[in-house]
Write a protein that binds this ligand. Structure first.
Ligand SMILES: Nc1ncnc2c1ncn2[C@@H]1O[C@H](COP(=O)(O)OP(=O)(O)OP(=O)(O)O)[C@@H](O)[C@H]1O
Length: 235
């Protein structure tokens, strides 16, 4: 589904990622974790055509998407959910979702019905102005705005940042459900290491712009040095 090979990218002269290679298969969730400033968001920015790519390749279903502009990448089936940035605060929940659907050119309301089923609280609040939603509800709306575009690949940047444990658990559970029910591939950048490992099929640890671990969550648990040094887990 998604294959990133030997990616070198950054912002102008600021080289952030060095020879990064990742794979995300169909119906797979990969978690990308690592210290602050390691380059995790830059990986998502690179996939979505926002960061500068110096060398390497990014393929979606075998098709080269490297250096394409974001609106074309979106049209090819990638949705990027940034922390609450894609929400129109003055519009209602329902209007936000319908605008996103209209922009994607998708006329069927299947995904709209699906997100209201997935997040019943949004259905209850469909007429409410998005700017007045709680942090957790806004995060659910941000994810739903991406989902109603009917993507095949979902890029999630810290979907649980700043949320209370109840919402963290709910959002993580929903991420698993989306993969299972809709067959989406998901790249999840997450600060909460424990939750990121619970939901992931595969995990990548990025430190100083380089991949220092790739494998199963259970394999990472055995890497005591990495867990302790870079992720602050264990003794
Ligand atoms: N749009 C940008 N323009 C210039 N530099 C940027 C931009 N976005 C990020 N950077 C820089 O790139 C480096 C990597 O940042 P990035 O946001 O990818 O790290 P991260 O691993 O996601 O960190 P965090 O966990 O703190 O969110 C940092 O030094 C950051 O200051």
């Amino acid at each position: 589904m998604l294959r990133v090979e030997n990616l070198n990218s950054g912002y102008g002269k600021l080289h952030v990622l060095y020879d990064v290679s990742i794979d995300c298969g169909k119906k797979e969730i990969i978690s990308v974790i690592g210290p602050n400033g390691a380059g995790k968001t830059t990986l998502l920015n690179s996939i979505f055509g926002i960061a500068d790519i110096y060398s390497g390749s990014i393929k979606l279903d075998g098709e080269e998407i490297t250096k394409l502009p974001p609106h074309i990448i979106a049209r090819k089936g990638v949705a990027y959910v940034l922390q609450m940035i894609n929400i129109f605060s003055e519009l209602s929940v329902d209007e936000n979702l319908r605008i996103s659907m209209a922009l994607s050119g998708d006329k069927s309301s299947d995904m709209l019905d699906y997100v209201y089923e997935l997040f019943p609280i949004l259905k209850e609040r469909k007429k409410q102005r998005a700017g007045t939603l709680s942090g957790g509800e806004r995060q659910m709306l941000a994810m739903s705005i991406g989902l109603v575009r009917n993507p095949k690949l979902l890029l999630l940047d810290e979907p649980t940042a700043g949320l209370m444990p109840l919402y963290v658990n709910l959002i993580m559970k929903k991420i698993g459900e989306i993969r299972d029910q809709k067959g989406l591939s998901i790249v999840l950048v997450e600060q909460n290491v424990q939750k990121a490992l619970e939901v992931a099929d595969k995990v990548y640890v990025i430190v100083s712009g380089q991949v220092v671990f790739k494998g199963l969550p259970s394999e990472l648990m055995g890497e005591r040095e990495i867990m302790k040094l870079y992720l602050g887990m264990g003794d």
